[in-house]
Ligand binder design. Sequence first.
Ligand code: RB5
Length: 148
Amino acid sequence: MIAIACDHAAVRLKNEITAYLAKLGFACRDFGCDGKASVDYPDYAAAVCQAVQSGECEKGILICGTGIGMSMAANKFKGIRCAHCADSLSASLTRLHNDANVLAIGARVIGDELAFEIVRTFLQTPFSGDERHVRRINKISAIEEAQK
Ligand code: RB5
């Protein structure tokens, strides 16, 4: 199950991505938002990140105007490694190297076709599991723990 959410700047693209993912065979849990009324992106980042933290959803997709606010909020959640991507090479490498579990994209920055390619690449690329990448991810977790 893939968790997906957006703010008011990205409702159309969120709906397009959800339909695209359904065609690829991915089931999505849509956490909103669904209208044009202004909302606060951290609330939607929280819903998706909590679904990933609990294991209800395997990965998350967050979309706002730039993707930046969503990624900043998401990376405050323990165990969440959110990658803000505007190209498919980054989407591939963040899975292979960082084992990113949440993707953030900017609806005001990239077109639909590129967004589809980024999302597909992110969801279909496995983590490499290489020792050096595991070691580095563990160091990210250690930073998180030390902040408490
Ligand atoms: C909303 O206007 C906008 O600030 C938001 O979608 C996002 O781009 C924040 O990072």
